[in-house]
Ligand binder design. Structure first.
Ligand SMILES: C[S@@+](CC[C@H](N)C(=O)[O-])C[C@H]1O[C@@H](n2cnc3c(N)ncnc32)[C@H](O)[C@@H]1O
Length: 216
């Protein structure tokens, strides 16, 4: 019997822990009030980010691309006592909403929001190595962020990269127009990681594709 993608997604969500009330509220508010709400990770990927964070028990998490703060709150769930998460968003229109939800989660002292360009902020951020990094900003710069961040990830630490399927456009059967620069960049980035002897990687075809990378 052929699998129906929508039915599969619904079944997976129905057998995954529900969002907290706060995350459900943020998810709903984002869908009602914000442009392009499908950028938000959502229940299934959000619970996976939380699960990974609980497995890693990070002291230092970095996120590039906060949007409305949904994935930041999920990644913060597994922080060690005293641990902190830094998240970077270039769109100042999101600042108030992010800060409001971080406060509602009781995380103001541990989640640090930086409004600015991801590459500039990461370059300027001091501090010890990252345990866990989530790259989810402008996809055309995935390789730039990866190369900036990898030297500052601790050996054995993790980088997660979102949207590596790019709606299936990375697949060899998909003929890309030369003008589809994002799709070409995501394809090239996936190939770069696959050939990178500094890391181990697993490509999860979950949602729009999540690439898990472990620094050797
Ligand atoms: C896919 S959304 C992030 C979704 C969020 N991580 C989540 O899962 O709910 C990408 C975000 O990256 C931000 N962004 C794009 N380019 C950026 C840059 N150069 N520096 C920082 N943020 C950027 C966008 O404004 C957008 O809010």
């Amino acid at each position: 019997m052929p699998l129906n993608d929508d039915e599969l997604q619904t079944y997976a969500e129905a057998h995954t822990s529900p969002e907290t009330d706060l995350l459900r509220r943020l998810n709903r508010e984002t869908h009602v009030q914000v442009l392009a709400p499908r950028m938000l990770s959502g229940q299934l990927q959000g619970r996976l980010l939380s699960m990974i964070s609980h497995m890693v028990r990070p002291a230092r998490v970095l996120e590039l691309g906060t949007f409305t703060g949904y994935s930041a709150l999920c990644l913060a769930e597994g922080l060690q006592p005293g641990g902190e998460l830094h998240t970077v968003e270039q769109n100042p229109e999101q600042e108030d909403r992010i800060r409001r939800y971080v406060a509602a989660a009781g995380l103001t002292a541990r989640v640090h929001l930086h409004i600015g360009d991801a590459a500039a902020v990461v370059t300027a951020l001091p501090g010890p190595a990252w345990d866990l990094v989530f790259i989810d900003a402008d996809k055309i710069n995935n390789a730039v962020y990866y190369e900036l961040v990898l030297p500052r990830v601790r050996p054995g630490g993790f980088i997660l990269i979102d949207n590596v399927l790019w709606s299936g456009k990375v697949l060899p059967s998909c003929l890309l127009k030369p003008s589809d620069k994002d799709a070409h960049a995501v394809r090239a980035f996936n190939d770069l990681v696959q050939q990178d002897s500094r890391v181990e990687n697993v490509f999860l075809p979950l949602r729009d594709g999540l690439l898990l990378v472990r620094k050797r």
